[in-house]
Design a binder for this molecule. Structure first.
Ligand code: GLN
Length: 480
């Protein structure tokens, strides 16, 4: 059982003086110690978090504390926090100290969230099981023999095992939603361009987005309110005003929901996930939402176009790690070329190298038109088709992942199996639309199950509202 499920719950206890921030932080430190074998944290920020706790407690006392006072949050280890290490879970950046804070970290600090540490992830966020991390796999708290999901595996397990209240992750093709699903948490990937990526280590820049992993929908809403919005440091962020998501979360609206038929008919879908989703669809109908089963004929093209485009972008983004500017450097090289080669050969892990090679290939003269440009066109089609669907429906529903968390070591040797498992999450990434993973309880093996909802660009409030209503009424049903 988790001790605290939402910021709101903690704030009541703080205001009633039943707990202070130092005690709260000590509770989370003790949890981190107890669950250290799960390998969720790359580093705990004991000193800076303790300092923050006493400063913020004082602000609470004199009534000047920010909106996130009481929130203890972990950040994925690809998000920069001034004066703290950031490694992207790669040997390439081991020991690198960030000279500045990302916009997301600055916004958390400005609203008095306590940043408790940096969380393990797949190397440079490339992976779906957290097994590509230089610092080793993260273990799922439901069954430590199983993966946490990825790439934000540490973020998900830290929230799952109550080592912090919430966590930031990044989602390029599912890296917030899939680990959240594997760990029974709520994972929100906002619209592409909703949140600044200044100070977030790039993987594939036309996809990357910061997202949140939480135990309550309310925390996802309040975090989005703080994190979203224009940023002078990142020209890709939308200047659209940021709604008051937490206020819009309540209210009993009825939605038109499109279920992607083929995603449920697929043989690859685990029967326990299918059953849980079919039950949820019935529950949504009972709540007065309209459900239609619709066909999406581009499903087979999602994974190939995602991997052509993201590896191309990754090969370009990762060219900056050359052993000269920053990060790992080979010390025996005799000339510049071998310094580049040896530093990159020794600093990057296998999966990162595979993607750099693949990306360089699809961008190379002679293949550019056949692969990269074609994938761009396919992406455009996918986006159009998705938008057409969302003209008729408010929400698209599908699974998050084809299976519950699998065993550590089971799939990692077969990259294609790993890539195919991203089939349901990459749609929202290719189309740039917001998506949320919400928990559906456990299957008979006590493994978490989950459901994905997607909606129109910049309509995160629809996802938050529907998720909150759905989860509240499911827990009421479970109580009766
Ligand atoms: N599993 C996907 C990949 O390996 C997603 C990663 C991500 O969203 N960062 O690319």
């Amino acid at each position: 059982m988790k001790k605290y499920n939402s910021l709101q719950e903690i704030r009541i206890l703080i205001d009633q003086k039943k707990v202070n921030l130092t005690e709260l932080l000590d509770y989370y430190f003790a949890q981190i110690e107890q669950f250290k074998d799960l390998n969720a944290f790359n580093e705990v920020f004991f000193d800076s978090a303790r300092n923050q706790a006493s400063e913020i407690q004082e602000k609470i006392g004199n009534g000047t504390a920010g909106k996130l006072a009481g929130m203890v949050i972990g950040i994925k280890d690809n998000i920069c926090y001034k004066g703290h290490q950031v490694t992207a879970s790669s040997k390439m950046l081991d020991g690198f100290v960030s000279p500045y804070s990302s916009t997301v970290v600055q916004r958390l600090l400005d609203e008095d969230a306590i940043i408790i540490g940096r969380l393990n992830c797949d190397e440079f966020a490339m992976g779906g099981s957290n097994e590509t991390s230089y610092f080793g796999a993260v273990k799922n708290a439901s069954d430590p023999q199983r993966v946490a999901g990825g790439s934000s595996g540490g973020s998900a397990v830290a929230v799952q095992a109550d080592m912090c209240l919430s966590a930031l992750g990044t989602d390029t093709g599912g890296s917030v939603r899939q680990p959240a699903a594997f760990c029974g948490c709520i994972g929100l990937k906002p619209t592409y361009g909703r949140i600044s990526r200044y100070g977030v280590i790039a993987y594939a820049s036309s996809f990357d987005q910061v997202g949140t992993i939480t135990s309550s929908v309310g925390d996802a809403a309040v975090l989005l309110e703080v994190l979203a919005g224009a940023d002078d440091q990142d020209s890709t962020v939308s200047t659209l005003p940021v709604p008051s998501y937490s206020a819009l979360m309540t209210g009993d609206r009825k939605y038109r929901v499109a279920v992607l038929k083929e995603t449920l008919e697929s043989e690859a879908l685990d029967p326990s996930i299918k059953e849980a989703i079919l039950k949820s669809i019935e529950a949504l109908k009972l709540q007065g939402h309209t459900i239609d089963y619709v066909s999406f004929d581009l499903l087979d093209y999602l994974v190939p176009s995602y991997y052509v485009l993201t590896t191309a972008e990754a090969s370009s983004n990762l060219s900056r790690y050359d052993g000269v500017h920053y990060g790992y450097r080979n010390t025996s090289a005799k000339d510049l070329n071998s310094l580049y080669k040896l530093s990159r050969a020794e600093g990057f892990g296998d999966e990162v190298k595979r993607r750099i090679l693949l990306g360089t290939f699809v961008l190379s003269a002679g293949y550019y038109d056949a692969y990269y440009q074609k994938a761009q066109k396919v992406r455009q089609l996918i986006r159009q088709k998705t938008e057409q669907l969302l003209d008729k429906y408010d929400v698209i529903l599908s699974p998050v992942a084809p299976t519950p968390p699998f065993k550590i070591g089971e799939n990692i040797e077969d990259p294609l199996v790993m890539y195919m498992a991203d089939i349901y999450t990459v749609l929202a990434s290719l189309a740039g639309i917001p998506a949320i993973a919400i928990p559906l309880g456990n299957n008979q093996e006590e493994l978490p199950l989950s459901l994905q909802l997607m909606t129109k660009h910049f309509k995160e409030e629809v996802l938050l509202n529907l998720s909150e209503n759905f989860l509240t009424s499911s827990s009421e049903r479970a109580d009766n």
